[in-house]
Design a protein around this ligand. Structure first.
Ligand SMILES: [Zn+2]
Ligand SMILES: [Zn+2]
Length: 47
């Protein structure tokens, strides 16, 4: 899966991951590797 363009959460950093839940491309800062989803999908969740 290729990710091109900017992080769709902060729009300031290069997207390096594609969230399988929402399809967003996100940067390292907004990627939660523990649950393999973006910060937008994991926000407010304890996991
Ligand atoms: Zn970001
Ligand atoms: Zn997501």
């Amino acid at each position: 899966m290729s990710v091109a363009g900017l992080c769709q959460v902060c729009e300031a950093a290069q997207a390096r991951h594609a969230c399988p839940r929402c399809g967003r491309g996100v940067c390292d800062d907004h990627w939660n590797g523990t649950v393999s989803a973006c910060a937008a999908c994991t926000r407010g969740r304890q996991q």
